[in-house]
Design a protein around this ligand. Structure first.
Ligand SMILES: Nc1ncnc2c1ncn2[C@@H]1O[C@H](COP(=O)(O)OP(=O)(O)OP(=O)(O)O)[C@@H](O)[C@H]1O
Ligand SMILES: [Zn+2]
Length: 896
């Protein structure tokens, strides 16, 4: 078996790691805590699960992660295998989320199935695996430190010797079981023998013989009595038959007498009936004569050519057809009459309707005519109003004839004048102000001049160059006064004009109102006049329509009268028909009466016929009865002659005797038969007992055979038990010898005969080391390093033995050593290297060694470096060339 690849995800200190492994020696190297052991544990975990690690499931999951996965690919016996386990932590609880083992034959799922199958495949459970193949860190000395008994168990288990002990125990149990069954059967056998003896002592066959003889005698006696009885029965029955025959004859005679009497009576009765029938026929003939007389009377009343039945019924049929015809005619006339009547009614109604409508039209025309008159009057009034308004307007217009403006411009005219007036007023005010100022300046100038100063600059006047300014002032004042006068005049004129213009504006407004009014009235008049023609036309039309409607009504009335007279005609026709029907009815009644007389006569003829037949039948019947009567009388006479009283008397005697004998013999027979039944019961009982005895003997024989078989089985199981014991002792002895030899070879190889001569291993796996001087030494007394090497030797020897001891496919797992050098100095480390190479040479396919010691590089075919990132705390694996690593290590050592 070989691990080929391991892949980890969140397993302990690993984030993601994937490592392929080859055959040969692989050294896994790294610093303390880098994750070396964890890598091996992962492989172990993959195979056996967390239980094998002495850890709980959650401890394998990287702290802080939710799930961990381990996958291991391995080859075994030529096949490829893959196992995958996934652990999930939820709510602080870890569970196995997936556990699958794929083998070339099948896929197993679930932790239990996978563990079981791996155990079967490797032929070892996880304990055996650590005892043999996997030397865990710190467990180097496990085997030596164990007590001999524990060691014996471990090694026996590994070599499967434990199984033999198990089989021996099973054989012992089976032997005890067989013994228990055998003893039980023996007891049963003794019991049966005793029963057989008791039964045999009873002389059953002699008893049976005696009983059979007794039975035969009894049977003979029963037979004799039975024959006698049968004879008596026969005699009795014969006599009884004679008596019975006699009795029958007597009864027959009696019944013949009765029959003769009855027949005679019946014949007489039938004769009387025949007479009654004859009477009835006479009565019926008389009735027929009466009916024919009645018919002759009726025929005389009816005017028929031929008075026979066929003519009568033909005539009836004709009359009925006619009647039918009349009924249909009446119906037709009635329908027509009622149709005419309703037509007349509806015509009358529509005439009335038309008259009403004519009246309504006429009335409407009258109303419209009076309305028209009123409207004409109103129009005349309006025209007068128009004339008045036109006169008013003319009057107002005349005002404008002398006015400076035409109608429609008064308002604008007033605005212009008002503006001019304002202007004039302002100009006047301005002139007045300027005049006042000029006057004041003149006054000042005059005062200055008076004071001898220049009126302009106030300087003293020498020559008066400025005096002329006074004149200028005066001139200006004059001008201003002139202008002021003309302005005042203009203003006054304008004030008058404005007043006139205002009047004109008022007139103009009045004129506009009047014109509006005029327009309205004219429009009204126009409208009214327009309507007038329409109204006149309408009145004419209404009157015409009324006349038309009246004419139409007249026509309807005439039509109604016609319909009424048609209806009357139809009603008359109905009356005629009814009359004829009444007549026909009378005739029919008569004819039917005649017809009935034919029927009645025929009925009576029929009855006469029937009665005559009855009479004939009765005559025949009586003839036949008379024949029978004479037969019976003959029979009676014959029977009378046959009677023999003496024979009857003898039969009575014989019967009496036979009956008496039978009465006596039957109880006797009964008694004998009961006796015989008892005897048969007794015989049956004895036979039963004999059968039981036979059966007991058979059972006894069978049981004897069973007991014999059990005896031999018992001795077989005893032998088996012994054989397993011996086998185990022998095998162990052989194993111990081989183991001792291999241990010595291995130990020799790595310890090289320095101070110890050999190791002894006894049957109980007790180990003793002998020194060169022959002194024995307990292995525990060895030094730490020696002990480690000694133990590794023992492990290797066991591994070797196991490998040799198992035939066929080598299930041997890789030899795994975790830190085997802990207790070793460098000299011993090189011995360890030798041991590893030795194991490899012996054919161990794959050896995995975990070590932080670089000295082991020399033994490696492959080197795997494990390191841990200081910041992420995650481990990684990497392969490295072992030779290069060795050179580096040597170089490092040189620099130190
Ligand atoms: N569940 C876990 N999550 C994270 N880290 C873990 C977990 N379990 C263990 N570790 C860490 O894994 C590291 C590796 O331990 P391991 O025993 O594999 O180291 P080693 O290389 O064999 O060391 P040494 O040489 O001391 O034997 C340890 O530092 C440990 O703290
Ligand atoms: Zn370790």
């Amino acid at each position: 078996m070989r691990f080929e690849r391991v892949r980890l995800e969140n397993f302990k200190c690993y984030g993601d790691a994937d490592l392929t492994l080859d055959s040969g020696v692989t050294v896994i190297h790294g610093l303390n805590g880098s994750g070396k052991s964890s890598l091996l544990e992962a492989c172990f975990f993959a195979l056996y699960g967390a239980r094998a690690l002495d850890e709980t499931l959650d401890e394998v999951v990287t702290i802080g992660a939710e799930d961990a996965t381990v996958e291991l690919w391995f080859s075994h016996g030529g096949g490829s295998y893959h196992v995958e386990r996934r652990v999930r932590v939820t709510d602080d609880r870890a569970t196995t989320a997936k556990c699958v083992l794929e083998t070339p034959e099948a896929t197993y799922e679930g932790a239990r199935d996978v563990r079981g199958h791996v155990g079967e495949l490797l032929r070892m459970d996880h304990e055996a695996f650590v005892n043999c193949a996997y030397v865990r860190q710190g467990e180097v000395n496990k085997l030596i430190n164990a007590s001999p008994a524990d060691r014996q168990d471990m090694i026996d288990d590994l070599l499967q010797l434990g199984k033999l002990e198990e089989y021996r125990e099973r054989a012992s149990k089976a032997r005890l079981g067989v013994k228990h069954v055998r003893d039980g059967k023996r007891e049963l056998l003794d019991d049966l023998a005793a029963q057989i003896e008791r039964k045999a002592a009873q002389g059953l066959h002699d008893r049976l013989n005696a009983l059979q003889t007794e039975r035969k005698d009894l049977e003979a006696e029963i037979e004799r009595f039975d024959e006698n009885r049968q004879e008596a029965v026969k005699t009795r029955d014969e006599a009884a038959a004679v008596l019975e025959e006699h009795e029958e004859k007597r009864e027959r005679l009696q019944s013949l007498e009765t029959e003769i009497e009855e027949l005679t009576g019946t014949i007489e009765e039938t004769e009387r009936e025949r007479e009654r029938l004859g009477d009835r026929i006479g009565e019926l003939k008389a009735e027929i004569e009466e009916i024919e007389a009645e018919r002759d009377d009726l025929l005389a009343e009816s005017e028929l050519d031929e008075p026979d039945e066929a003519t009568v019924s033909d005539t009836i049929a004709d009359l009925e057809t006619r009647d039918e015809q009349l009924r249909d005619d009446i119906e037709d006339h009635r329908v027509a009459a009622s149709e005419h009547t309703s037509e007349a009614e509806s015509l009358g109604e529509s005439a009335a309707d038309l008259e009403t409508r004519a009246k309504e039209k006429r009335q409407e025309a009258e109303e419209l005519a009076s309305e028209l008159a009123a409207t004409r009057e109103k129009l005349a009034q309006r025209r007068e109003q128009i004339e008045r308004l036109e006169a008013d307007i003319e009057a107002k217009r005349e005002v404008f004839e002398d006015a400076p403006v035409v109608v429609g411009e008064a308002s604008d005219h007033w605005d212009e004048l008002a503006d001019e007036l304002n202007e004039a007023r302002e100009r006047q005010k301005e002139l007045e102000t300027r005049l006042e100022a000029e006057q004041r300046s003149l006054d000042e100038a005059e005062q200055l001049l008076d004071a001898g100063k220049c009126p302009e600059c106030g300087q003293p006047v020498e020559d008066s160059p400025h005096v002329e300014s006074i004149d200028e002032h005066r001139e200006r004042i004059d001008d201003l006064q002139d202008e002021l006068v003309s302005v005042r005049q203009r203003r006054e004129r304008l004030e008058d004009d404005v007043e006139d213009a205002s009047d004109l504006v008022d007139r103009e407004n009045e004129l506009r109102t009047l014109r509006n009014d005029l327009e309205n009235v004219e429009q009204l008049v126009q409208e009214k006049e327009d309507g007038l023609d329409d109204t006149v036309e309408k009145i004419d039309r209404l009157r015409e329509e009324a006349e038309e409607l009246d004419a139409e009504a007249e026509a309807k009335r005439e039509a109604a009268e016609e319909a009424e007279s048609a209806a009357a005609e139809r009603r008359e026709a109905v009356a005629e028909c009814n009359e004829e029907r009444a007549e026909i009815g009378e005739r029919l009644d008569r004819l039917e009466a005649i017809e009935e007389t034919f029927e009645r006569a025929a009925d009576r003829e029929d009855e006469i016929e029937r009665l005559r037949e009855q009479r004939t039948t009765k005559t025949e019947l009586n003839d036949e009865r008379r024949d029978r009567l004479s037969d019976k009388r003959d029979q009676r006479d014959e029977l009378d002659a046959e009677f023999d009283e003496s024979a009857v008397e003898q039969a009575r005697e014989e019967k009496k005797r036979a009956v008496e004998y039978i009465e006596k013999v039957e109880p006797k027979l009964e008694e004998l038969r009961a006796e015989r039944d008892d005897l048969l019961d007794e015989i049956g009982g004895v036979k039963q007992e004999i059968e039981e005895l036979e059966e007991l003997r058979e059972r006894h024989e069978d049981l004897e055979e069973t007991v014999e078989r059990l005896e031999s089985l018992y001795s077989e199981t005893e032998q088996l038990q012994e054989m397993y014991g011996q086998l185990r002792a022998e095998l162990r002895q052989r194993n111990v010898e081989s183991l001792e030899r291999m241990l010595n070879e291995t130990f020799d190889l790595i310890y090289g005969n320095d101070s110890y001569s050999r190791i002894e291993l006894d049957g109980e796996y007790e180990l003793t080391v002998y020194q060169k001087d022959g002194q024995p030494l307990d292995p525990e007394q060895l030094s730490g390093g020696e002990r480690a090497l000694f133990n590794l030797s023992l492990r290797c020897a066991i591994y070797q033995l196991l490998a040799e001891g198992i035939e066929g496919a080598a299930p041997m797992p890789p030899l795994i050593l975790d830190e085997p050098t802990v207790f070793l100095d460098s000299g011993h480390v090189s011995r360890l290297v030798d041991l590893i190479r030795h194991m490899h040479d012996l054919g161990v396919e794959q050896i995995l060694v975990v070590s932080h010691d670089e000295e082991l590089f020399g033994a490696a075919d492959d080197l795997v470096m494990v390191s841990k990132d200081a910041t992420t705390n995650r481990s990684t694996v990497a392969r490295k060339d072992p030779d290069e690593a060795t050179r580096e290590a040597v170089a490092d050592a040189a620099t130190d």
